[in-house]
Design a protein around this ligand. Structure first.
Ligand code: KIV
Length: 309
């Protein structure tokens, strides 16, 4: 074990909201015009830090696939991989609402299978809602989930699970017909009972119009400043990604460099014997150390091949 178990923290950060985030609380934030903050997380430490920083919703996004598991799209990530991440996030979070992303292939084949997957995210993973991609084609499923007690977050615009159809990660809703389609998708999801909708990579004017038409919160990513909430992928925010970032990403740290520098420094310290130092090592009383050294000498005298007769 390399760390000492934590003691309870004496004072909470008073500037951070403490009320448990629920569907009605988010609804009241929309009514008050209070911005909602969502961030992805895939493990215990980042989920805990996000929660303690006052993030309102933590999305265990299927972006786990590209950001942490090294897949080149979100398509290959499995239910089991998402479940491990969801449970780790659950252990780190007290206040934020945890939303589990339904991975590709778990809700397209049948609504019954989708229901079973969503129920497992809630029952075994500790998720408080699920997110799924798609608009009007998901209405029956969203209704079934909501009627059975599972809060559902919609996701329209750029839906990365449809990358094969879209032919890349491109701005959606550019034409009047496409914009009208997205408005209809959003209204349909809302009337099926979705409690919030992600709007990904669509023009700001369209996102603002959808936000104005809906009574439920909209969550923008690459959708401008007119939505009720914003979401970012934590690896983008922290600067822990490889390759070019999307235009909408604002990087708040450069962890890739920080981590890389720390690892290089560690490797140098091991190679030049400056790690571990005396303070980082364990001592015994001098007599014991001397006896141990003597044992070395004795073993040395007795060393050599033993020829068994
Ligand atoms: O998986 C994810 O991170 C997402 C967000 C981009 C909304 O779906």
């Amino acid at each position: 074990m390399s760390h000492i178990p934590e003691q309870p923290e004496p004072a909470a950060n008073k500037s951070v909201a403490t009320e448990k985030v629920t569907v009605p609380l988010l609804q009241s934030y929309k009514q008050q015009g209070r911005k909602i903050v969502m961030l992805t997380a895939y493990d215990y430490p980042t989920a805990r830090l996000a929660d303690e920083a006052g993030v309102d919703m933590i999305l265990v996004g299927d972006s786990l696939a590209n950001t942490a598991l090294g897949y080149d799209s979100t398509l290959p990530v499995t239910f089991d991989e998402m479940m491990v991440a969801t449970r780790a996030v659950r252990r780190g979070v007290k206040r934020a609402m945890i939303v589990a992303d339904m991975p590709f292939g778990t809700y397209q084949a049948s609504n019954d299978e989708a229901m079973r997957t969503a129920l497992r995210f809630v029952k075994e993973g500790g998720a408080e809602a699920v997110k799924l991609e798609g608009g009007r084609q998901r209405i029956a499923l969203v209704r079934q989930m909501v009627e059975n007690g599972i809060p559902v977050m919609g996701h329209i615009g750029l839906t990365p699970q449809s990358v094969l159809q879209m032919g890349g990660y491109k701005l959606q809703g550019k034409t009047l017909t496409a914009a009208r389609g997205l408005i209809d998708d959003a209204l349909a999801l809302q009337s099926a009972g979705a409690f919030a909708i992600v709007l990904e990579v669509i023009p700001s004017a369209l996102a603002r119009s959808i936000t104005w038409r809906l009574t439920i919160p909209t969550i923008g990513i690459g959708a401008g400043n007119g939505t009720d909430a914003q979401v970012l992928v934590i690896s983008d925010l922290l600067g822990l990604t490889f390759g070019k970032s999307a235009k909408f990403v604002r990087r708040y740290a450069n962890l890739k460099t920080t981590i890389s520098d720390a690892i290089k420094q560690y490797a140098d310290d091991v190679r030049n014997s400056s790690y571990p130092s005396q303070q980082e090592s364990y001592d015994v009383p001098r007599e014991v150390a001397e006896t141990i050294e003597k044992m070395n000498d004795e073993d040395d005298e007795n060393s050599g091949y033993v020829i068994y007769a």
